[in-house]
Design a protein around this ligand. Structure first.
Ligand code: NAD
Ligand code: 89Y
Length: 339
């Protein structure tokens, strides 16, 4: 599969390394409005075509799928451009600025018969996936409670300065992943209640969010996120999990320690992710999941399956983001079906 990538910024470098490690894919074209960033990315690939204008890249074509790694403001125009040129699409999170934009983008690609996947990679982190696999195996029976917790004081603003500028921050940027993990564990949510706070006075949006979800299968989950938490050891970027089922419980503790308890019997194993040759701590956890989700995309296209985080699937995660902001703003529980 021939891949074109748009947006050669901070995070795309991981995606480009990831593509090099994916079986059955080859990056053939790169696009960024910023010539300097484009040059840095182009140096990673022999003979790659480069463009500063996405329209020009699509006009020349020669690729099967486009990987959109720009920030959210450009996602809708670029996804619609890709749909006009009838290629498969991967788009970074947050998928869109609004739920109505997100729906329009899903419809635009669906009308072409091509596949759209949102780059929602946290559920593919190997430690998180180990916990998801345990839940899906049924070993703890039907889960009735979960806590998915991401609390950190890591400086994300130096690498991603735009995170300090938006009116919305942690739910849209990070909470979106943690809400998606909750869906991967417990299924779609029906209602959500959320509170938000801004602790860091140097940023515009909220850096703390606490969310309570009711799921279709009857489970309740607590999704809590903070970039205002000073703690040692610093756990960025680990998502910590507690899941209670009718037969037992599962915990993913700091340091990637996964415990499964059935009755009184506890088994603990180390599920630390590998540090891929191009990766570096502490990001290696996220970096590995980038390569895994990109491989999943290629495998799904080869096998004629929908990716787990297809555009259609991701509408449910995106709706939770919108609903969480609405809940926090209006101090009330929001029913997802009302959005
Ligand atoms: P960035 O600002 O560093 O890079 C974005 C790049 O896109 C810039 O180089 C910019 O010039 C380019 N660009 C923007 N619009 C363009 C257009 N229309 N045509 C061509 N180039 C264009 O941003 P980033 O930090 O790399 O984040 C990119 C996306 O990745 C964001 O949506 C962010 O939320 C997401 N992200 C995801 C993860 C994850 O784990 N999934 C982690 C970090 C960031
Ligand atoms: O942008 C965010 C993401 O998707 O993962 C971590 C991050 O880089 C900072 O919150």
């Amino acid at each position: 599969m021939k891949i074109a990538l748009i947006g050669c910024g901070f995070f795309a470098i991981n995606q480009l390394h990831g593509w090099k490690g994916v079986d059955g894919a080859e990056v053939v074209a790169l696009c960024d409005r910023d010539q300097g960033r484009l040059d840095v990315a182009a140096a990673m690939f022999d003979g790659v075509r480069t463009y500063t204008d996405a329209e020009a890249m699509f006009a020349e074509g020669g690729f099967d799928a486009v990987d959109i790694a720009t920030t959210v403001g450009s996602h809708r125009p670029l996804v619609e451009l890709a749909a006009r040129h009838k290629v498969h699409v991967i788009c970074q999170k947050p998928f869109a600025l609004t739920l109505s934009d997100a729906r329009a983008m899903v419809d635009a690609v669906a009308a072409t018969g091509k596949t759209l996947m949102v780059h929602e990679n946290f559920r593919w982190q190997s430690a998180v996936r180990a916990a998801i696999d345990e839940v899906r195996s049924g070993v703890i029976g039907t889960p009735f409670f979960g806590r998915i917790s991401f609390r950190s004081g890591y400086d994300v603003y130096s690498g991603q300065p735009y995170l300090a500028e938006g009116q919305r921050f942690i739910i849209e940027d990070l909470g979106i992943h943690i809400l998606d993990i909750s869906r991967a564990l417990f299924g779609n949510a029906t209602r959500i209640t959320a509170t938000t706070r801004r602790i860091n006075p140097a940023i515009k949006g909220e850096d703390v969010a606490t969310m309570l979800l009711e799921h279709e299968g009857g489970a309740t989950s607590v999704v809590d996120c903070s970039y205002a938490t000073r703690r040692a050891p610093e756990t960025f970027p680990e998502s910590l999990l507690e899941i209670d089922g009718e037969l037992g419980s599962i915990r993913l503790d700091a340091g990637y320690q996964l415990s499964v308890q059935i009755g009184n019997q506890v088994t603990t194993r180390d599920v630390s992710p590998p540090v891929l040759p191009w990766a570096s701590r502490p990001w290696h956890n996220i970096q590995e999941s980038v390569q895994i989700i990109q491989q999943h995309f290629v495998d799904c296209l080869r096998d004629g399956r929908d990716p787990e985080t297809s555009g259609h699937d991701n509408l449910h995660t995106f709706a939770l983001v919108e609903a969480a902001y609405l809940s926090a703003r209006e101090h009330r529980t929001v029913t997802l079906a009302d959005l």
